[in-house]
Design a protein around this ligand. Structure first.
Ligand code: UD1
Length: 374
């Protein structure tokens, strides 16, 4: 019987690609289910194409909604799929609503749950992802972790360490696999009809991504951040490339902030494909972000990362990598950027098992795994 592999939102796609490849190589039968949480061409199709993910066998087409609507709709639609396909197990990745929704339905139907990227904790329960992480891990039979701190978190929550395997980071598998195909920053800007000459200066440019509700849904916070963007781009003379997530674009328009960004210094684009973003990260002087995955990718690339959050569920990016947590207050952001520009770039260390082979390790564990024993 196959393992039913689940994806739903953009950060899931980078995690599932190497797993599907490793399963095919190890002859582990698998089906791919897409919940449809993300559906726009630039949030979805571009990633399947860039990453060579097989066309999903099943698409639930749930789309957007409140957390309750989205989670409930995924649960309702995934149940008959489990009945029909009788999978040996369900494999979920990361911490999005699709992750908990599918895990919860499977667990209650007695289908073993495998969680990839288990045990990460920000200890911030105002983050919807933190709730998804804690709950998914509690109902998982087999848990794969990306960094050693995750096992301590899981033990504290009473999870049997026998179920936990430290395998490394599948997102970094994807980064290694695709780095040579990364698209040069100037090509990406030209493709968007933007002035590529702006990033020619020796000072380089900063890459900015922003989508957390805590940063973009509050008018005062988002106004402070947009002020910083202009100050960095003009006063600190560091042009900014800003691919805008649909949630963020919506809030910037609603608060009348989109037009306040200086178009000569801040280059706004729609959400970009994986190979484009990888190219932009690799060439950046520094990256400003509130994404989880980008904290890890910049650590793997040795590019300084300034994270607009007070906490991170990925502490190894700070202790070993290139990440600095600054929160979302303007003075803290400006201070961190000024300091980063004054220093030679911090290159950090590559964390253990972030070596491109995490998915192979997962496949090897699954080869010898009998769900009945858990
Ligand atoms: C989700 C994940 C978050 C992840 C992020 C990456 C949860 C709880 N959150 O947040 O962990 O970091 O994806 O992008 O699962 N929208 C579109 N087109 C799309 C998808 C969304 O326009 O293809 C718009 C809709 O207005 C939607 C909003 O974006 O309401 C938010 O989408 P949603 O999937 O609810 O959450 P994200 O903010 O994308």
């Amino acid at each position: 019987r196959p393992i039913l592999c689940v994806v739903g939102a953009r950060p899931n796609f980078m995690k599932i690609a190497p797993i599907m490849r490793a399963f095919a190589a190890a002859e582990i039968p698998a089906l791919l289910l897409h919940t449809g949480q993300h559906y726009d061409a630039d949030m979805n199709d571009a990633f399947f194409r860039d990453l060579g993910i097989p066309h999903p066998d099943i698409n639930l087409e749930v789309g957007s909604g409140t957390h309750a609507q989205q989670t409930a709709e995924i649960m309702r639609r995934v149940e008959p799929v489990l009945d029909q396909h009788q999978p040996a197990a369900i494999l979920v990745v990361g911490d999005v609503n699709s992750t908990i929704a599918c895990a919860l339905v499977a667990a209650k139907k007695g289908v073993p749950v495998i969680h990839v990227e288990a045990g990460l904790r920000s200890r911030d329960r105002t983050m919807p992802e933190e709730i998804n992480r804690v709950l998914t891990d509690q109902i998982s039979d087999l848990l794969f972790t990306t960094e050693r701190s995750a096992l301590d978190n899981l033990k504290q929550e009473g999870i049997d360490p026998e179920r936990v395997h430290f395998v490394g980071n599948v997102m970094i598998d994807t980064l290694h696999y695709n780095l040579r195909q990364a698209i040069p920053a100037s090509d990406t800007l030209k493709a968007q009809g933007l002035d590529a000459g702006l990033i020619d200066s020796p000072a380089g440019y900063a890459l900015l991504t922003l989508h957390r509700p805590s940063n973009v849904d509050d008018r005062t916070v988002l106004t402070g951040i947009t002020d910083c963007i202009n100050r960095i781009a003009r006063d600190l003379d560091l042009p900014i490339i800003f691919p805008i997530h649909p949630r963020t674009r919506g809030r910037l328009m609603e608060f009348g902030l989109l037009d306040t960004l200086d178009p000569r210094r801040v280059l706004c684009t729609p959400p970009l494909g994986y190979l484009q973003l990888l190219g932009l990260m690799r060439e950046a002087r520094l990256v400003l972000t509130d994404s989880g995955g980008i904290q890890e990718e910049t650590t793997a690339l040795g590019i300084p990362c300034i994270t607009l959050r007070h906490n991170t569920e990925r502490p190894i990016t700070v202790t070993e990598g290139t990440n600095t947590l600054v929160g979302n207050q303007p003075e803290a952001i400006m201070g961190a950027v000024t300091q980063a520009l004054a220093q030679p770039a911090k290159s950090g260390r590559i964390p253990e098992y972030w070596d491109g082979k995490a998915a192979e390790r997962i496949a090897a564990v699954l080869k010898g795994w009998s769900p009945d024993r858990t």
